[in-house]
Ligand binder design. Structure first.
Ligand code: HEM
Ligand code: NAG
Ligand code: NAG
Length: 295
């Protein structure tokens, strides 16, 4: 039997290990320094929800990793936060809060995430690098698993996070060549609809967008997994989830067990939003989220 002090020190070490393994981010990080920050960000995201007829198209951009668009919301939220607590809250945390809030509104208030915070902003801002971090839509299951594993996300995180493809849009160029131009397992009726919406050879000048989810385009929920099973998904990477027994079972569970996907999605979002974050004395608190501070 371990003595009480030993047990305590084991518990403390374990707590430290746990906190360092999630990079020292914590829920309620701004409790003292900027107590209203999460409410402020949520209100700004909410204003966008009611201002825009097509809320899916706007908020989906906040959910997409490596956010490059959707920045209007971030700018407005940052301004509001700076008024309340100047120089305190990082843009990285505002982006994480706004993505969490987008998930909340798009899921009709069912996906409620306690988002840990304490991120710092990078001192470099590299568009090419942000794009290179996203896996391409033609990846097969082996490549998808490997690209998520390289970031510390497991196969289940990959399957669960792919559920975000139940909202938002895609450019035709992301799927025409490997899903419509050649034989694929895509549902024939959906393929016909997509062929009417997309040119046979999309170019940058002619590359329309289509809804990712034909059934519930603006709702975040487990409909994605039903679409995967019905072969009504756009990307090779979506269809790839049915190419191994393990991922197929995850798709079935997420489609069939009520509430399961929502619970898993919350955990995987927190995990994803903790990847490669800067904390402590690293980086800076940006004044303008689009550019690094001048030193
Ligand atoms: C599994 C690997 C993934 C691949 C291959 C992938 C690929 C893509 C592609 C190609 C698009 C359409 C881009 C365009 O043509 O405009 C897209 C859109 C989107 N993705 Fe993913 N993605 C993946 C994972 C994720 C994850 C992890 C999330 C978030 C949790 C996510 C959320 C979204 C959202 C919300 C959109 C719609 C954006 C909009 O409406 O503008 N995706 N994804
Ligand atoms: C941005 O990142 C890419 C890929 O890592 C690199 O080749 C490029 O030099 C970087 N650009 C700047 C301005 O740092
Ligand atoms: C996935 O693609 C890679 C690279 O093209 C290939 O080596 C591998 O065999 C493919 N795996 C599957 C399961 O199709």
């Amino acid at each position: 039997m371990a003595s009480a002090p030993l047990k305590l020190s084991i518990a403390l070490t374990y707590a430290l290990l746990l906190s360092s393994s999630c990079h020292g981010l914590e829920v309620g990080y701004y409790k003292k320094s900027c107590p209203r920050v999460e409410a402020i960000v949520r209100d700004e995201v909410k204003k966008f929800v009611y201002k825009n007829a097509n809320i899916g198209a706007v908020l989906s951009q906040l959910l997409r990793p490596g956010i490059l668009r959707g920045f209007e919301v971030i700018d407005v939220a940052k301004d509001a936060v700076e008024k309340a607590c100047p120089g305190v809250v990082s843009c990285a945390d505002i982006v994480a809060f706004a993505g969490r809030d987008a998930a909340y509104f798009l899921s009709r208030l069912t996906v409620k995430i306690n988002m840990p915070a304490g991120r710092r902003d990078g001192r470099i801002s590299n568009f090419t690098e942000a794009l290179a971090n996203l896996p391409p839509p033609f990846f097969n299951i082996t490549q998808l698993i490997a690209s998520f594993a390289a970031k510390g996300l497991d196969t289940e995180d990959m399957v669960v996070l792919s559920g975000a493809h139940t909202i938002g849009v895609s450019h035709c160029s992301s799927f025409v060549s490997d899903r419509l131009a050649v034989p694929s397992d895509i549902n024939a009726a959906l393929a016909n609809i997509l062929r009417r919406q997309c040119p046979a050879n999309p170019t940058p000048a002619n590359d329309p967008t289509v809804n990712q989810d034909v059934v519930t385009p603006n709702a975040l929920g487990n409909q994605y997994y039903k679409n995967v099973l019905a072969h009504k998904v756009l990307f090779t990477s979506d269809a790839a989830l049915l190419t191994t027994p393990a991922t197929t079972q995850m798709v079935l569970d997420n489609a069939n067990i009520r509430g399961l996907w929502e619970e898993k999605f919350k955990k995987s979002m927190v995990k994803m939003d903790a990847i490669k974050v800067k904390t402590g004395y690293q980086g800076e608190i940006r004044r303008n989220c689009r550019v690094v501070n001048r030193s």
